[in-house]
Design a protein around this ligand. Structure first.
Ligand code: Z15
Length: 831
């Protein structure tokens, strides 16, 4: 893969042998690992054995860099970024690690010489699905970029035993299967049984006097659970730096076990063990907060408490006294899920390390930064005071105390504005009293950021307006990005090779702005031909994959029109469906019309308890069944639902897409990151002015982007005026007939009621204004079809989309965090 840095070939050979990166060394390492770790000969090895041997052979080559990084960071006392996230979605490690080690070609050759099917070995890996969607995947992209930019960092999270469910489709409905990703072992993690911290829950607090006679608080918990560290190395691309993904597993605390055992309660002790382990058992499969779920709050406190204790341990092991904690560390809160860390750090500094309030608060509010990922009111986390108090009595006291200090400041600043005080309080007092986690995160942090320019503006002017009035300098924007290593080099090797050949270097992989060099070739017919070939080849691969898994056969010449993301009403998969039904009706009315063939491809999981999202999946599959089996349509349009959309399966989708659907209601999608992944792989976007779409359009040029729909401004204006979806239904005959067709029973074997909840909601409420944007969407889709007929023009737009995607590398995002928010410097580890 790496064609850049080239000393003398002989030196390279010698160096590769010394570091075990030569083909011979890889082959020997592989056979040794197969024998000594898997206990197998080639002849009897299962595909999984072969994968494990390849994984261990790769891991062996990471370890030297890993240990060197850890030692260097320690002796340099480097400032360290701690990224706290309840979710990480790294995707399969093997292929990515080979890319980042720079040994893809050597490893491929080694495998072939051993007579192995390397692609099959790579496909064998089960991915760690420790996240729901965008937020977890963003954390994984950021880990990749932190290492690549050589910034010392630790990702802290939970080692869920069961990640996001596996999705199957049965009779058109989503069915959830548990994700037992650890079943066959995980070669990428190293357990650290000695890195273990007690996590306390429940009980009560009491006052006492310490030896100096000062009044102190003691928390007497009702339950103690241990968190044990499991470490996964995160390699940077083409650098020696390896950072740490440290995930906590819950175990019964030994002392508690023994207590029960000593009084003869053996079964009670075993029961306590089982109960303790449920804390890290399963990821909540919801992109929104799980209202009132005690176990979820326990999970959040569990990983936060372990992580803060670990940082305090590291502080003592390196720089020393806690006074410089905020110089040694910066803690980035990925949404509010880890915001209990603010109260936990206060507690540890005061109750365990003797600090007074002011010193503890000074450190705390200088160490934290908070990223907001949503404006949707239903997605803002709050916890009832009664649950909070039952589980974390000491933290509730601390939250109250933070609130008291904070609201006093607000009162002084805004004399007499008690309404404002009520809105800004950490405690909601209307109805059941609740702790507002977002307010806690803003008050406890030095910097707050949104994830795209539009989103960050709305954060300042709507969601956190009062806070922005009070602390204007606290608010920032860092537009999201994605890593080109996984989403271009790993997912799309053909395109990556073509880009490197065209640009004469693979420097773009570490410096994505270099893609601009493609612009000079955007009219070159030689490049056009190869660009088209690369896309068609990816479409053939995807078509074969989908045929095998769903039985639906797609025509690689058709427009591959893809919407892949969580299923949610605000993302408007049903708007896409209305367009499909429109195409179908047009073809039925005039079968001989000259329509551009299309393959409509969907992918995405619905939260198991989200009825409307599950009904949308059913409708997609119901429409697919009718259209795909209608002989009059004759394959002109096809609809397919890719089951189990995840990082691994997504890698088949991005390279094959011609058209990327980014059609959320403006103002609702904070950023989106799939939009970037598609565009980087040469898909054109049909989209609204929402999230990062706005900036993508600015970068690629408005003539290379299919824009439709209301702006966020227009949306809020329409809502203020009063929105009446039934007027659209009544006035637009085509819209009416598309919705009526759903209600006719055509897609439900005559059942006219099945999809009623969905169509009724559209006609009567339509909270995401599908009907208001319908006409503009159909018109825009017609432009897309016309544009696709001009192959040269389309290919040129596709090349320009890729050439202008430099901004959306997560390297750029991490550079902005490092410079404007974290104030961290790179610490290079030489190879
Ligand atoms: C999640 O994946 C996102 C926001 C959330 O509040 C939760 Cl709980 C999960 C997504 C946003 O919806 C998406 O627009 C954004 O790109 C992503 O986070 C990463 O910032």
């Amino acid at each position: 893969m790496s064609m850049a840095q080239s000393p003398e070939p002989l030196d390279v050979d010698r160096e590769r042998t010394r570091t075990g990166m030569s083909k011979t060394a890889l082959k020997q390492g592989f056979l040794d690992n197969l024998f000594y770790i898997q206990g197998r000969f080639r002849e009897v090895a299962t595909p999984h054995d072969l994968y494990m041997a390849a994984a261990y052979t790769t891991r062996d080559r990471i370890l030297e860099r890993w240990i060197k990084s850890a030692q260097r960071y320690k002796t340099n006392q480097s400032r360290t970024v701690c990224y706290l996230s309840a979710e990480f979605l790294p995707g399969p490690h093997l292929a990515n690690n080979l890319v980042n080690l720079g040994i893809v070609e050597t490893a491929t050759e080694a495998a072939h010489e051993l007579g192995l099917d390397f692609d099959a070995i790579i496909a064998e890996e089960a991915e760690p699905g420790l996240g729901n969607g965008g937020l977890g995947r963003l954390a994984a992209c950021f880990m990749d970029s932190l290492s690549t930019l050589q910034i010392p960092s630790i990702g802290y999270g939970i080692r869920y035993e069961f990640g996001i469910f596996d999705q199957t489709i049965e009779d058109g409905w989503q069915v959830e299967k548990s994700d037992n990703w650890l079943r066959n072992g995980n070669p990428w993690e190293i357990p650290r049984p000695k890195i273990r911290f007690p996590v306390l829950y429940g009980g009560y607090t009491e006052q006492y006097r310490d030896h100096d006679g000062r009044s102190r608080t003691r928390w007497v918990p009702a339950q103690i659970i241990d968190g044990v560290a499991y470490d996964t190395p995160i390699l940077g691309y083409g650098v020696g730096n390896v950072n740490l993904l440290r995930l906590w597993k819950a175990e019964a605390s030994e002392s508690f076990d023994f207590q029960a055992f000593n009084v003869g309660d053996y079964y009670g002790a075993v029961h306590a063990k089982i109960e303790a382990e449920t804390i890290s058992k399963v990821l909540y499969p919801n992109d929104e907060p799980e209202a009132g779920k005690e176990l979820r709050l326990k999970q959040q406190f569990f990983f936060v408490s372990c992580s803060i204790q670990d940082m305090i341990r590291l502080q003592f092991n390196t720089v020393g006294p806690l006074d410089s904690f905020a110089e040694k560390f910066v803690i980035q809160l990925n949404d509010t899920h880890p915001s209990l860390a603010i109260a936990e750090l206060m507690r540890l500094l005061m109750d365990e390390h003797d600090m007074d309030w002011d010193r503890a608060w000074d450190i705390t509010h200088r160490v934290f930064c908070y990223t907001n990922h949503t404006l949707l009111p239903e997605a803002l986390e709050t916890w009832s005071v009664s649950l909070f108090e039952r589980l974390l009595p000491r933290h509730l006291e601390i939250v109250y105390e933070i609130n008291r200090h904070f609201l006093d400041e607000v009162r002084v600043h805004f004399l007499g504005d008690e309404d404002r005080v009520r809105r800004m309080s950490l405690i909601a007092e209307d109805g059941e009293r609740r702790v507002r986690m977002a307010n806690l995160a803003v008050v406890g942090s030095r910097a707050v950021n949104g994830v795209a320019a539009l989103h960050s503006e709305l954060v300042k002017t709507t969601l956190f307006k009062d806070f922005h009035d009070f602390w204007p300098d606290r608010f920032h924007n860092v537009t999201n990005g994605v890593t080109p290593r996984r989403f271009m080099v790993v997912a799309n090797p053909r395109l990556s090779r073509l880009i490197s050949e065209t640009c004469g270097s693979d420097d773009w992989i570490r410096d994505l702005d270099r893609l601009r060099d493609l612009e000079a070739h955007a009219m070159d017919s030689g490049l056009h031909e190869r660009w088209h070939e690369v896309k068609i080849a990816a479409k053939r691969d995807l078509a074969a994959w989908l045929k095998h898994r769903t039985g639906v056969l797609l025509d690689p010449e058709a427009i591959f029109d893809v919407q892949a993301k969580r299923i949610h009403e605000y993302k408007r998969q049903h708007l896409n469906l209305l367009h499909i039904i429109r195409c179908y009706q047009r073809l039925k009315q005039s079968p001989n019309q000259d329509m551009v063939p299309r393959a409509f491809i969907f992918g995405g999981k619905a939260a198991p308890g989200y009825f409307m999202a599950k009904l949308i999946i059913k409708l997609i599959n119901a429409v697919a069944e009718v259209i795909n089996n209608d002989p009059q349509i004759n394959g002109f349009i096809r609809v397919v639902f890719m089951p189990d959309f995840n990082v691994k399966n997504g890698q088949h989708l991005y390279p094959a897409a011609n058209l990327s659907e980014q059609i959320s209601l403006a103002g609702k999608e904070a950023s989106g990151t799939g939009n970037m992944k598609f565009s980087m792989n040469g898909a054109l976007t049909i989209g609204t002015l929402d999230g990062a779409n706005v900036e993508i359009r600015e970068e690629v040029g408005k003539e290379n982007f299919f824009l439709f729909g209301m702006s966020a401004e227009e949306v809020s204006q329409r809502q203020r005026e009063g929105y009446h979806p039934w007027e659209h239904y009544a006035k637009d005959a085509e819209l009416k007939s598309d919705i009526d067709l759903i209600n006719s029973g055509l897609f439900s074997h005559g059942d006219t009621q099945l999809f009623r909840p969905l169509t009724d909601r559209l006609v009567n409420q339509d909270p995401f204004m599908v009907l208001a944007d319908y006409r503009a969407y159909i018109a825009c889709q017609d432009h897309v079809a016309e544009a696709y007929r001009d192959h040269r023009h389309w290919t040129r737009m596709s090349i320009l989309n890729v050439a202008r995607m430099g901004k959306f590398s997560s390297d750029r995002a991490i550079r902005e965090y490092a410079e404007h928010i974290w104030r961290t410097e790179p610490h290079p580890i030489d190879l």
